[in-house]
Design a protein around this ligand. Sequence first.
Ligand code: GRF
Length: 203
Amino acid sequence: RRFVVLISGRGSNMQAIVRALRAQGASAQMCAVIASSPDAPGLAWAREQGIEATLVPHRDYASREEFDQALAQAIEAYEPHYVLLAGFMRVLTDEFVRRFEGRLINIHPSLLPLFPGLNTHGQALEAGVQWHGCTVHFVTPVLDVGPIIAQGIVPVLAGDTPQTLAERLLHIEHRVYATVAGWLAQGRVTLDDTQRVQVQGVR
Ligand code: GRF
């Protein structure tokens, strides 16, 4: 199966995904990393790894529609089975989401449906929850909603700041996204008629 990853920044989740796909051998291929910003550090890493790294700079487009169209074209050139959003910070248009529905996957740094949107770690601390986490889910037109594939959790500790909590969670994000990438590569993830996720051999 063929994968494309979309990033906007550091790209540590992308790195975890690339490693997970490599571990799958010939059944999985990371065709390209596409970044929305020229200063995404993840782009350089991808190039060093010999992965095609493409830039679709959102600043070059007058509207979200035009950007999404350029992005969709860049993605489709690789004919991927799956498009993974990994720290991709642009909100996608409904049209884009529908075009890739069922193949478009995101990681969100909270236990959805809790804390959609930005500053999820601050939101978690503010709410006083004892556990925080991340969610890998299929993307649907409503932001941070969509069938959940997997989640990971971390404890919230006394004295945590949004930064310390984010750091603790990031390691778990990598493990969860890598695990899901492996499942996708093996063709084990499906959506049933009620839009629930089934993972063969897991649930
Ligand atoms: C991750 O915490 C992801 O969940 C969030 O942005 C961060 C991206 O980190 N949406 P990286 O670019 O994968 O290192």
